[in-house]
Design a protein around this ligand. Structure first.
Ligand SMILES: *Cc1c(COP(=O)(O)O)cnc(C)c1O
Length: 400
């Protein structure tokens, strides 16, 4: 009885998801990830929804670096890091990441989801508090829950409310307070004001943690991320980020911080201690990706130009956009059905975009989130805008 009830409940939940129009389907790509991709049964489409900001996902040097690492170290490590899973290249990559971001050291995880899942519990106890932006990534929310620290939430990017919540944590007797924020809010395309956040941190003597997944490699000088953009590299205590976006787009995450913090995470972070070491191919590829990103001013310039052009043209055509100064450019549509209909029609015209609606974004603020990348040409951007204008007119989103 109980067991069949369980499966009936699963079916009912699936029906509910379908009924609310929230079912996510996965299109199948049969080419490398790139400015354009081939989709099974459809053909080539311009890709405006990848996190492939620098266009490195199919870079031949990265593939070669990855292949060389496999030739030398084999396919898998078959161990967690502390037993027999640490290759010399793991430590090299960790030091190279730290050098790039301006921290003492860094520690690799299988993904940034794991880095965020493992970073809080070893560092903070029940006497401590995490003050977290309300729009922070799911993995920060989960990671904070896995720690015993008290949790406070401030209205996204609202520095006044941040101050209020830090004061509440302090008057509640918190020993250490850590302010946690995304460097870039990926649903909206806004960059966190780390300058203002660090001022609050100074006023109350708190720690600062930044998740820079949508910034590492392409935001700030040399692509060193949002702390560098805001000139607060030395004030930010902990940076977490991913190798799965601008830095080649494969897999892996890391925490970059002071040596003592990295050392303690190596001893205590559960996703590090109880999960396999990053594979040789991923480490070898990531090292090349990091080098290409460091030297990638031409890629960052192309990315910036594409984002600026798309934003300008879309605004001139009457679309309402969110975000600022970032290649995430959400086209705000409000109604979930309009957003998903628009995404479908754009796809039919060879433009691959994704609609986001509740519960990923607040109800009534459905949108199509576009992401520019350095593999797009000006002609690609122009073609995307033309398709948006055509479909936008048909659906009455913009006037003719
Ligand atoms: C993508 C993302 C993550 C997860 O990174 P993975 O390496 O894919 O697990 C975490 N935080 C933020 C802000 C992200 O955008």
């Amino acid at each position: 009885m109980n067991r069949s009830d369980f499966y009936a409940r699963v079916e009912a939940t699936l029906d509910e998801i379908r009924g609310e129009g929230l079912w996510k389907t996965e299109r199948q790509i049969t080419s490398p990830q790139g400015g354009s991709v081939t989709v099974e049964g459809v053909g080539e489409v311009l890709n405006l929804c990848a996190n492939n900001y620098l266009g490195l996902a199919d870079h031949p040097d990265i593939i070669e670096g990855s292949r060389r690492a496999m030739d030398r170290y084999g396919y898998g490590m078959a161990s967690v890091r502390f037993i027999c899973g640490t290759a010399d290249q793991h430590r090299l990559l960790e030091r190279e990441i730290a050098d790039y971001l301006g921290t003492d050291d860094s520690i690799l995880f299988a993904a940034c989801f794991d880095a965020n899942g493992g970073v809080f519990d070893p560092l903070l106890g029940a006497e401590d508090a995490i003050v977290s932006d309300s729009l922070n990534h799911a993995s920060i929310i989960d990671g904070a829950r896995l720690s015993k620290a008290r949790r406070f939430r401030f209205a996204s990017r609202d520095i006044g409310d941040l101050r209020t919540q830090v004061e509440a944590a302090r008057s509640g007797g918190a020993r250490t307070i850590l302010i946690a924020t995304d460097g870039v809010f990926s649903m909206d395309g806004y960059i966190a004001d780390l300058g203002a956040i660090c001022e609050v941190a100074d006023d109350y003597d708190t720690l600062v943690m930044v998740d820079d997944c949508h910034a590492t490699g392409f935001i700030g000088p040399d692509g060193r991320g949002t702390p560098s953009l805001h000139g607060v590299v030395d004030r930010v205590d902990i940076v977490t980020s991913t190798l799965g976006k601008a830095l080649g787009g494969a897999m892996g995450g890391f925490v970059a911080a002071r040596e003592s913090v990295v050392d303690l995470l190596r001893q205590r972070a559960r996703p590090y201690l109880f999960s396999n070491a990053l594979s040789p191919a991923h480490v070898g590829g990531a090292r090349v990706a990091l080098r290409l990103a460091r030297q990638g001013d031409h890629l960052r310039e192309r990315l910036r130009a594409n984002a600026e052009s798309f934003r300008e043209q879309m605004t001139a055509n009457g679309f309402e956009l969110s975000g600022e100064g970032h290649p995430i450019i959400p086209v705000m549509l409000g109604d979930a059905r309009v957003a998903s209909e628009m995404a479908d029609r754009l796809f039919d015209r060879g433009i691959y975009v994704t609609a986001f609606s509740h519960p990923v974004v607040p109800r009534g603020s459905a949108r199509i989130r576009t992401q520019m990348n350095a593999a797009h040409s000006q002609a690609d951007v122009d073609r995307a805008v033309a398709a948006f204008v055509e479909v936008g007119c048909d659906l009455g989103v913009i006037g003719r």
